[in-house]
Design a protein around this ligand. Structure first.
Ligand code: 13P
Length: 332
């Protein structure tokens, strides 16, 4: 019923040279980011920060969609325009994080499940009425000798599939985000092994729930060594491993893969994205859906002060432009 709507949402998000700005930090996450810079986290400061981001001049040259948090989808700019309407006027599609964060998986030490399926159908109807056109659900996996366990993989793959099916029922394009966390001293080979297993399970569950693959986007982490692994692989190895792993698991029917940045520095995230896009032997379009790798420079420049707005917006636009050039193959 909503097929055409979802198709045009996917096409608009994957417009050449454009990616997604993830600005959907939950209350605890934005508080952590603000605290590091001594910025108090209040409704007012969060609103001012996000308005600074979204009103960056010409952001729409490089950004096709923004993922919002519940509070921001309901917020207005200082001149009274609802945020989703403001974004739409710039040709930027508003999206919304709909999971309610992670929680310990009972009986499985250091493993997480994602909450938020209860009442999701009703929330999706409200989000759609508020102007959202796509959604995000994030599950996480930590790598250790004994994790992720098969139970953790199955539980999270199942929640992703139910989320995706409910979103498509509501005409919203789901961004399926199975994030394999970088923390640890494991090798890139171990990350690839885990990612193969996780992605296989995710696509099995999506098929079991009859999710239309043409109307989803996949948001994975790049396949990298653990952040404490002594052997930090070369760019070409990360790029080739990431492409191989995704080619082996992600059906060609999926229109696009939008990478998360996952705590890599801005520079590394952009360089690796460029290296992944360098070869054309993949069937999907590749882009970015970065949070930190787009926002860090802007946040550190803004520092909570109105007088820094223009320089902070310049920093955001520069990051967005760098990543746009990376996916267009303009970075060597
Ligand atoms: P990072 O790019 O900072 O990992 O954030 C992307 C995101 O949306 C995580 O859910």
């Amino acid at each position: 019923m909503h097929s055409q709507t979802m198709e045009s949402t996917v096409e608009a998000i994957l417009a050449p040279g454009k990616g997604i700005l993830a600005a959907d930090e939950s209350f605890p996450t934005i508080e952590k980011r603000f605290k590091a810079l001594d910025i108090p986290a209040t409704e007012e400061t969060r609103g001012a920060y996000r308005e600074m981001l979204f009103t960056a001049p010409d952001l729409n040259e490089f950004i096709s969609g923004v993922i919002l948090f519940d509070e921001t989808l309901r917020a207005k700019t200082r001149d009274g325009t609802p945020i989703p309407e403001y974004l739409n006027r710039q040709g930027i599609i508003p999206g919304i994080k709909v999971d309610k964060g992670t929680s310990p998986l009972p009986n499985f030490e250091n493993e997480k499940m994602t909450l938020g399926l209860d009442g999701l159908r009703e929330r999706l109807a409200e989000y759609r009425a508020l102007g959202a056109r796509f959604t995000k659900w994030r599950v996480t996996f930590s790598i250790s000798d004994s994790t992720p366990s098969p139970t953790c993989i199955e539980t999270n793959a199942h929640s992703l599939a139910l989320f995706a099916a409910l979103c498509q029922e509501a005409g919203l394009v789901p961004i399926v985000e199975p994030e394999i966390l970088m923390e640890g001293d494991h090798s890139i080979g171990r990350t690839e092994e885990v990612a193969l297993h996780v992605l296989k399970n995710v696509f099995d569950q999506l098929a079991a729930h009859r999710v239309v693959l043409e109307h989803i986007l996949l948001k994975p982490a790049m396949i990298t060594p653990g952040s404490k692994c002594p052997d930090q692989s070369r760019l070409e190895i990360i790029a080739a491993t990431t492409r191989r792993c995704l080619r082996r698991t992600v059906p060609a029917a999926v229109p696009g893969i939008v990478f998360l940045s996952g705590g890599q520095s801005d520079e590394l995230a952009t360089q690796r994205l460029a290296a992944i896009c360098h070869a054309s032997n993949v069937p999907w379009r590749i882009s970015f859906s970065f949070g930190r790798a787009l926002q860090t420079g802007a946040l550190q420049t803004w520092k909570g002060s109105a007088e820094n707005i223009i320089t902070a917006q310049n920093a955001l636009r520069q990051s967005a432009k760098n990543n746009s050039e990376a996916i267009l193959g303009k970075v060597s």
